[in-house]
Design a protein around this ligand. Sequence first.
Ligand SMILES: Nc1ncnc2c1ncn2[C@@H]1O[C@H](COP(=O)(O)OP(=O)(O)OP(=O)(O)O)[C@@H](O)[C@H]1O
Ligand SMILES: [Mg+2]
Length: 386
Amino acid sequence: MKIVLISSRPQSFEGLCEHLHRNDVTRVVTRQEGGIQDLRLVADHDHPDMILVECSALDSGSLAVVERVTDQYPRMAIILLGAQQDPDSLIQAMRVGIREVLAAGASREVIEAAVNRVETKLGLRIRQRGGQVIAFVSSKGGSGATFLATNLAHQLASGGKKVLLMDLNLQFGEAILTIHDQAQSSDIAAIARNIGRLDASLLQASTVKISSNFSILAAPEDPAQALHVMPEHLDAILAIAVEEYDFTVLDLNRTLDDLAIHALDRADQIYLVLQAMLPYIRNAKRVLTVFRSLGYVSDKVELVVNRFGRGAEVGFDDLRTSLGPNRIRTVPNGFRDVADAINQGQPLAAIAPSGVVSKAISDWAQALLPKPEPASGGLLSRLLKF
Ligand SMILES: Nc1ncnc2c1ncn2[C@@H]1O[C@H](COP(=O)(O)OP(=O)(O)OP(=O)(O)O)[C@@H](O)[C@H]1O
Ligand SMILES: [Mg+2]
């Protein structure tokens, strides 16, 4: 959830921004100096989900600016701060698509309540709905992001969770081939073309069912179709996916374009996959710099050093020194098992369940799965209560 706050005195809203972020860490809130005349610029440049804009007088010029933005970005929510509250002004505001009008000097609690209402109405309250969103990004081609995303998704499903893998390598995605040998019947671009009809059953019908609780939403076979998938389509799909699936795993393109940033903003956890070699490490550092500028806290981003072993070009301590404070996970090399699984279009756990790579991915999935409640009422626990 990306929110931009436009004000002539943006520094006075520092406390509000922190408050909004603290109450929902998936909100990325930034401030910008300006007024309602800058609405269009911010909308075009930042593509936020919501803009809070200070505006004292709601004249016809301001209404026209808002209308142009809401026409072009119907899913972008606009909240006015400090505008008139008389019934005529409110009706005019609603007509041009403004979601809420708040009085000047509204407290941060009042503003947050309005933000909550708009998020709920637009289906943007993703975190509250339970399903987790996990994104995989490759620091450099061939790091193993797709292989790890598909196989982690498979292991989470084997752990009893309902899992959707979305292939967001829209032009040349092949996540499905990594784990499955049947042709796909639909894809994400087909949903984009029918976005007005999107609901849980269309989403489910557009996926390929790998097992009873593991589905893949494939990338289009025709790369040209990728152009039809817009960030707002992804928002709509994710809003439904988090309600329907315990885990939504995103396999992302390496290009950090608008769509990828939208997906990353929504992720609860990002895995940046690299290998212990200098070109991968250099790229990973560049990607981490971008992530920091996007406001992602280090807890949200975990580094996954794939194909890591004793003979690695760069050792673990050097990786830690050069990559900074983010958590680091390693996955061992297992060329034969991995190549066999991919060549047969099968999950690794089905081909080499006791191999080292399978074991590492299974431990990883276990760490993400909720721990079973400790048995209560046992004799020992009852005795300990006394
Ligand atoms: N732990 C591993 N051990 C051995 N081989 C691996 C391992 N992980 C991945 N590979 C191999 O690396 C190859 C590249 O993996 P993959 O396609 O998942 O990378 P990627 O990061 O998604 O690349 P791209 O950026 O091109 O999408 C795979 O074909 C697979 O054979
Ligand atoms: Mg890939």
